[in-house]
Ligand binder design. Sequence first.
Ligand code: PEP
Ligand code: MG
Length: 720
Amino acid sequence: MRLPYGEGLVGLAAKTRRPVVSEFARDHPQYKYFAETGEERFESLMAVPLIVRGTTIGVLVVQTREPRQFDDNDVEIFQTCAHLIAPVVINARLLSLVGENAEEIAKSSALLALSGIPVPKEGPKRPDRNVEYRGIATSRGVAIGPVYRLSAPTDLEDIVYTPSADIEQEAHDLREALHEARRELDTMRDDFGDQFGPDFAAVFNTHVQILEDKAFVTKLDTEVHQRGNALEALRAVLSAYRRTFERIEDTYFRERVDDVEDVGRRVMERLVGVRDHVIPLSEGSIVVADAILPGIFARLEIDKVAALVSEHGGPTSHGAIFARSLEIPAVTGVTGILHDARPGELAVVDGSEGRIFLSPDEILVSEYRQARQRYAVAIEHLDAMRGRRAETRDGRRIRVTANAGLVADLRLVERHGAEGIGLFRTEMLAFAHRGVPEEDEQQQLFERVARALAPRTVTIRTLDLGGDKGLPNVGVGSEENPQLGCRSIRLSLVNEPVFCAQLRAILRASVTGNVRLLLPLISSVSEVRRARELVEETKRQLRRAGSPFDEKLPVGIMIEVPSAAITSEVLARECDFFAIGTNDLTQYTLAVDRGNEHVAHLYDPLHPAVLNLIDQSVRSARNAGIPVSLCGEMASNPLAVSILIGLGIEELSGAASTIPIIKEIVRGLDSGDAAADAREAKAAGTAAEVHAIGARRLEASGLLEHPDLGFWLSSIVRGT
Ligand code: PEP
Ligand code: MG
């Protein structure tokens, strides 16, 4: 039976996206009776919405014959069930679309509206030697090694497969292959979870679900009986899935085809007897793949991978996130590379610049070899010093913390000696999941991070999506100028249910006592007030529910818009700390898009205008007696350290791998000199003059002569 959206108790749960609980459902003002349901047998009702990426996709309902007072515990358990079931429902709905015609798919949901079939891109022809390719710089570092072309999905097409004469035997072999693939996925999921955290492992749940999908299994069975060939049956079913998924406009759902392909490949491998699922590699291989799929990390001997290069995919794909977390250099979106790269030929990968050279000449190789060697030695040397305190020569203590975003980052945070997490970018989890995760999932992650770091502080920033951090279906749709549009806190404040769910997650995680909450992209005091009202409302809810949290949870704001810096005196009275985000502050102060290569030469956080805004913000924080940190990329820039400390910054939060070097620079400084540098920099006319001030200080520190760090710092000084 059908009823309009929002009607009845089930509709109410769907529309408000909140649980509906009623001991005597019939007495509820929203109750609607429909004879077809035979509902008169039931007294009490509990309905909780099934939510996927902020959209209600269904409602889970329980009714009892005897009156029952559902308590908070019941609701919580039921919500947990709903949270687990929601992705299963959406996946099932997707899988059920296979074989439907275009109209059916379009009808099935607003999220799954149709566009045309995408046109495949053609890559350029490859010249012979020393060929340069450019792609997206996805994970930093340099690697030189032999190319390993990872079997593309199509490579299995070339396998000569001889089916059994007995059709039942073929069907049996296919079922066995499915079972084996399933066992393998279970093991992989567990291993991944142990090694990298549950957020990485979650992706395999989708894979398992595909393998268990009744329609998938039935289609395979039908095909194998019709064709008498298990491999052909598998190919036919996979291509039907591919065709269907490619016609879905929604990027998130369209990309699920990767999961189906990954699963299909795994089953094919089992079927044709490619038993050894770990692909043997030679040491230091450059793995060239169609896309960096999560499965790759489990199938490869990952310790032997020097770099990853992919034809498709961007820097926010699951795989890209994995590569960064594991500090494996990676370049994605390299058109033509899979076709052109020859197995075993030498390649150079520069993950910081997004460059690849195939068959490079001697000069190029030796240049990059030196860079790689120095980089490795410097990192090793610095890590050995990670335990040292960052204190200037005259005893001023500076906290050096890390920017992070996934459980996997914790390894690096520890390895490089971070004194806390100065910025936890919660949108990373949303990227890994390709959607905003549910409250419980967020809470578990935040609490895990907070416990791992305790007693060191973890500053969790609310979602900073939109602008250059777009996620399909999150946001207000396409905007003329997204960097000046509905991004970050603005998006959170127009989407309060998602924002409040995140606030609840952060508050619940704050029981550990070392959590701070950070609001991004504040541009006026009214945003702080509204956000804090919602924090207070969330606290009241949690108190009522008896859910513990840190009553004194500090709530801070990011200073990353000029208006915030200019009105920082007022803002400082409305919050508990400042975190200055120079990445955005620079783009908005200088009117230079941070992601536009055409104006990249104009983008410079060391511009005196930016420094003056930092100065103003620090002074306001001081006057109000609140702490102030800086968490833009600038915090990891050796040239900026003296000036920032001179401006009064108390905490620098940057890329984990740069923490030891920043600490070393701080230890060589005198705070009087730093203050003089800051004064001079503020009065400078250009960013170039400020670079010169920073370079002079590094030269004076003696660190340029350091046996391991000298080359690194010298190259920075030379570049000024
Ligand atoms: C910043 O803008 O400086 C910042 C730290 O935030 P993000 O880089 O995530 O925008
Ligand atoms: Mg920012």
